[in-house]
Design a binder for this molecule. Structure first.
Ligand code: FAD
Ligand code: DHB
Length: 393
């Protein structure tokens, strides 16, 4: 079957779905193609921290009703080291900006519902996506859906298909510059049926390695511990996870970590990655398809949404006035934000994790960095401004 659209969007993650909704609101046609099932997309456990700008944007886009009701707004964050906890107060440090805890898969559900309500196409379980003519004016996406082959002719393609998708590999290697960094550790994360033991997140530096206490709802905790990158999940029975969390989150203050039934457990490796430029011909990359940050700082989802907004603006301007300058400036505009956030995520990662073979000098330096964050107002202010998110313009 042959069809035609203005923007072909590959991937129904946060980047693809936000772009689809913004284009819909601007009256621009798009088709969203996703290779997984709807259930898989709506249940995939990933991020949970939304920056202020992301929340404002989701509300503006008419997908913020549940987020407003169920999201947990946090006005500060805790840093724990040397057995003591230091709270960084966003109200004071960022003039009232905040973060909101709301699961990525809940954001995805809200966006999928909005897409279905718009009556514009979103196809799950598509297969064998391939592009042709991306270096010209009328690129084509070929794909299989429900046993039939399809050909979608587009003005533009948005590659929002994550780090392992097909969009980035469709660009000639000679047209791209890749910048990347691997880290010699991973995060083991659990979702637990346990009321969060703190009202706000706790990032903990400990001689046994990093630990993080986060949450999803007043009944469900989300917790992470640093582990070796090649560990298998079977090396981490629930008792071992809780034992490490108890040790690494321990404090001299009066505080108790509540345990509960483990509902989900997974290991995520850590990687920094940027591709430049984020455009080739009529193919634009957005979100994880173009860049990955290590999770420390919770920036991946927020960056993906920021790209989608910039791209939607550029398409809106093009279809309204024929102006192409925002489209040609898309990559540079995104990359300016991406690199600042890469720096922040790398810096937080370096400060909080134990490195194999690090010297006593390195450990003292990390502690001095944490002490500086806890006691120096300008350091705390810079951290808080990045943590709640750079303003979206
Ligand atoms: P994705 O969410 O990856 O969406 C891409 C979509 O494209 C997916 O639905 C995928 O199924 C689809 N797709 C892929 N290939 C194809 C294809 N060939 N054809 C059609 N569709 C395709 N960030 C944080 O901030 N905090 C966290 O705690 C955190 N935890 C994470 C845990 C894991 C296991 C992973 C993988 C990521 C995590 N992230 C976290 C990062 C964050 O989830 C991502 O940055 C965010 O999902 C990026 O959104 P995206 O839309 O760009 O990509
Ligand atoms: C969460 C994930 C992060 O990467 C982070 O820095 C803070 C919280 C979370 O999943 O809740």
């Amino acid at each position: 079957m042959k069809a035609r659209t203005q923007v072909g969007i590959v991937g129904a993650g946060p980047a693809g779905l936000v772009l689809a909704q913004l284009l819909h609101l601007a009256g621009i046609d798009s088709v969203v193609l996703e290779n997984r099932t709807r259930d898989y997309c709506e249940e995939r456990v990933r991020a949970g921290v939304l920056e202020q700008g992301t929340v404002d944007m989701l509300i503006e886009m008419d997908v913020g009703e549940r987020l407003k009701k169920e999201g947990l707004t946090h006005h500060g964050v805790n840093v724990r080291f040397g057995g003591r906890t230091h709270r960084l107060d966003f109200d004071d440090l960022t003039r009232g900006r905040a973060i909101t805890i709301y699961s990525q898969h809940e954001v995805t559900k809200d966006l999928i519902n909005a897409r279905l309500a718009s009556n514009r196409p979103l196809y799950f379980e598509t297969d064998n996506i391939a592009f042709s003519g991306v270096d010209g004016a009328r690129p084509v996406i070929r794909y299989m859906h429900r046993g039939e082959s399809h050909e979608l002719t587009c003005d533009y393609i948005a590659g929002c298909d994550g780090f392992h998708g097909v969009s980035r590999p469709a660009i000639p290697v000679s047209a791209l510059n890749i910048f990347e960094k691997d880290y010699p550790f991973a995060w083991l994360g659990i979702l637990a049926e346990a009321p969060p033991s703190s009202d706000e997140l706790i990032y903990a530096y400990h001689e046994r390695g990093f630990a993080l206490l986060s949450m999803r709802t007043p009944e469900i905790s989300r917790l992470y511990v640093q582990c070796p990158p090649d560990d298998d999940i079977i090396d981490w029975p629930d008792e071992r996870v809780w034992k490490e969390l108890q040790l690494r989150l321990s404090t001299q203050e009066k505080w108790h970590l509540t345990e509960g039934r483990v509902l989900q457990k997974g290991i995520t490796r850590m990687h920094s990655f940027v591709v430049e430029p984020m455009q080739y011909g009529s193919l634009f990359l957005a979100g994880d398809a173009a860049h990955i940050v290590p999770p420390t700082g919770a920036k991946g989802l927020n960056l993906a949404v920021a790209d989608a907004r910039i791209l939607a603006r550029a398409f809106t301007e093009f279809y309204a006035s024929g102006r192409r300058d925002l489209l040609s400036g898309y990559s540079a505009k995104c990359l300016s934000r991406v690199w600042k956030v890469q720096r922040f995520s790398w810096w937080m990662t370096m400060m909080f994790h134990r490195w194999q073979g690090d010297s006593t000098f390195d450990q003292r330096r990390q502690l001095a960095e944490l002490e500086n964050l806890a006691t120096c107002r300008s350091a705390a202010q810079s951290f808080a401004e990045y943590y709640v998110g750079l303003p979206l313009d």
